[in-house]
Design a protein around this ligand. Sequence first.
Ligand SMILES: [Zn+2]
Ligand SMILES: [Zn+2]
Length: 349
Amino acid sequence: MLAAVTKSPGVMMIDDLAEPEPPGPQDVIIRPEVVGICGSDLHVYSGDIGALSGARSFFPRVQGHEFSAVVEEAGEGCPDGLERGARVAVWPLHTCGHCYPCRAGRANACVSLELVGIHRDGGLQERLPVPASQVFGVGDLDSEPAAFIEPMSIAVHALGRAGIAAGQQVVILGAGPIGLATALAATAAGCRVMATDPLPARRDLALKVGAEDVAWGSDGDLLGAVHAWTGGEGPPTVIDTTGDPAALAQATRMVSSAGRVVVVGMSAAAAPLRPGVFPEKEIDVVGSSCATAADFRAGVRLVRAHRGSVAALFSHRFPLTRAREAIECVADPAAGAVKVLISLGGGEQ
Ligand SMILES: [Zn+2]
Ligand SMILES: [Zn+2]
C-alpha cells in the first residue's frame, strides 16, 4: 500500500508499505480518504519540533492528523456503527491515563500525549489501524468536510477554555483555518465575532463563516478598531490563533479588564510581554491544547450543520502522490492557501 513518508526534515517520499495486520480486539482498520494539512504538519515536516508539545524525534513518520476515513475492518468487541464502509473522522489523541492532567480529566494536556500523524503514523497512507475509541461516525457527511472535524474540535476546545457566553463579543486574532473554525463555532454559539488577519482573502472568509466585522492595520489601528467595536471597553475574550509571539502582547492590550485571552497558536519563539498588565486588568491568560473526545463530538455536529461554510475553506487539493507539494503549498505565502487537502482517492465502497 502507498504512503507518503517523511524520512527526515524536508524529505517526504512515496513508499510502498506493508498492509497492517488484521485488527485486534477494539481496533479498526481504516482507509483514509481525505487528509487536511495544517501548520503543525509544517513544523513536523521542517523538523521544527520545538514548536510542538512533547518535542520528540519524529522521523521517519507518516504524517496526517486531520482526516476522514472509511472503516475497512472492525476487530472483535467494536461498538455498533463501525461496520465496513462507515465513514469516520479520527480523534488523534493517545493519552497515558495516569499523569496529573489525565487524572484531572484534562487528558488533552497529557504529559505523554501522542498524536496520530505527529508522534505516531497518520493518515497519509492507504490503510491504518486505530483504536475504535478514536473513530467517530460522521453520518452522511462527505469525505472533505469530515476531514475538517479535527480542526473544528480545536476551535471547540478553545471556546471552552474561553468560557464564552451567547451574545458575548469575541476577537479572534488570525483567520487561518483554526481562526476561521473558531469564528464559525463562536458564531454558532451565539457570540459576536471580530477577526483580524493581514490577508484580505482570509478576512473575507471570516465574514463568510459568520464574523460580524474584520480588521487589520498597525498595532494602534487594530487596538482602535477593536475598542471602537466594543464601545471602548475591549472584548471580554481574545483568542490568539496566529502562532505569532507578538500577538500575545497585542491580545493583553486589547482584552477588557477582567477579560480572558486564550492562546491556541503554537510557536517556539519568546514573546515580549509587560507582566504588569495581568494584575492591572486582572486578566486570565490560558492555553488551549488539542481537544477532548467531547470537543471532537461537538466538532462532528458543527461540521455537519455548517458543511457549506466549511467547504469554502478548502483552497487546494492534491493526490497522495503529490503530498510533498501539498505541504510546500501550505508553507508558501504566495500560494494563498487556506485549508489544503490531500485525497487518497479510494472513493465510495
Ligand atoms: Zn492540524
Ligand atoms: Zn497522561
